[in-house]
Design a protein around this ligand. Structure first.
Ligand SMILES: NC(=O)c1ccc[n+]([C@@H]2O[C@H](COP(=O)([O-])OP(=O)(O)OC[C@H]3O[C@@H](n4cnc5c(N)ncnc54)[C@H](OP(=O)(O)O)[C@@H]3O)[C@@H](O)[C@H]2O)c1
Length: 300
């Protein structure tokens, strides 16, 4: 079968690879569409040459897990797991979710990683109703879902992005540019995607008792915290890492149910044949593309 694999030069190319072999708790999925994330596109060199790339996919189960768990053959599913950018991929059954009939497989493929990231960090922020939530890099894949989810939970949402178009329509109460150039009142919760100066500035806005989730470092710059900025009187402010993508199936199902109900709108900024991944990646990494990349897998 064919798949997009990492090369020695830290690029991605289409290659012939062996069929994936499932373990007893894995189903084989014929991939119709795959989603691409900032992380795997920016850090391709992290993966050994020959690795079948990608984490997000949607398609049809062609072989159910042999241990009897998970959806049966023929089910429409979304999956999260390394090796997704292939004609066929294997996913542990706790990393699969059935896609409701009303949700297109292309939309489902755009959701797994960014959906569970937005859902899990907001859920770990305590009650959101009436609280102020700041989202940096809000124009991106995680941000555009987090703005919607935080708004629906009743938060006052402040979206920070150089390209703010469409964010008010998604539920942002305020759209500001980069934090270094913006005036923002203190906040209870931050979803922080840029690292560097944005992380420092966002941390400075967190109220006593508040939390900052450090989700990404898209800017790639170092963070220089002023002396004493991590010390304060009163209830603690918390800086949390995020990286827990274990057993995502149930949360993916929750995200897909929100989409099916019309309470969450998938955000696809580019959809096209998987042979054009290099151009799509360039566009994402140079901040020209808004939202998610969805790759159409040719043979399926
Ligand atoms: N920890 C985890 O498990 C986890 C999970 C998902 C994502 N992440 C990370 O979270 C971050 C955001 O992910 P995403 O999928 O939302 O990415 P994305 O779709 O590329 O969005 C990132 C946004 O950040 C802004 N940005 C600021 N500086 C940038 C730079 N130097 N290069 C590129 N974009 C820059 C851009 O907005 P403007 O141009 O409009 O300002 C862009 O829309 C990434 O670092 C990703 O690796 C981590």
């Amino acid at each position: 079968m064919r798949a997009l694999v990492a090369t020695e030069e830290a690029t991605i190319e289409l290659a012939e690879v062996p069929e994936p072999v499932p373990t007893p708790d894995q189903a084989v999925v014929e991939v119709h569409h795959a989603g691409a994330n900032f992380g795997e596109l920016r850090h391709t060199g992290y993966f050994p040459a020959g690795t079948v790339m990608g984490f997000d996919a949607a398609g049809i189960v062609v072989r159910a897990a042999s241990d009897g768990s998970g959806p049966p053959a023929g089910a429409r599913v979304a999956g999260l797991g390394l090796g997704a950018w292939a004609e066929r991929a294997v996913f542990a059954t706790d990393s699969l979710a059935v896609v409701p009939d009303s949700v297109e497989l292309a939309a489902a493929a755009s959701l797994p990683t960014v959906g569970i990231t937005a859902l899990r960090t907001l859920r770990d922020s305590g009650p959101l109703a009436g609280r102020r939530v700041l989202i940096t890099g809000a124009s991106g894949g995680v941000g555009r879902l987090a703005v919607q989810l935080a708004h629906r939970a009743g938060a006052h949402v402040i979206a920070s992005a150089r390209r703010g178009e469409g964010l008010r329509e998604l539920g942002a109460d305020a759209v500001v540019g980069e934090l270094s150039e913006a005036e923002v009142e203190p906040v209870d919760v931050v979803l922080e995607h840029l690292g560097g100066p944005a992380l420092v500035a966002a941390w400075g806005l967190v109220l006593p008792g508040g939390v900052l989730h450090s989700i990404g470092w898209a800017g790639g710059e170092p963070a220089n915290f002023p002396p004493y900025s991590t010390i304060s009187l009163g209830p603690s402010r918390t800086l949390r890492t995020f990286g827990d993508a274990t057993r995502p199936g149930a949360d993916m199902a929750e995200v897909l149910a929100l989409v099916a109900d019309g309470r969450l709108i998938p955000q696809i900024g580019w959809q096209g044949p998987w042979t054009e991944i290099a151009e799509a990646a360039r566009s994402l990494l140079t901040r020209r593309l808004l939202g998610k990349i969805v790759l159409d897998i040719a043979e399926n």
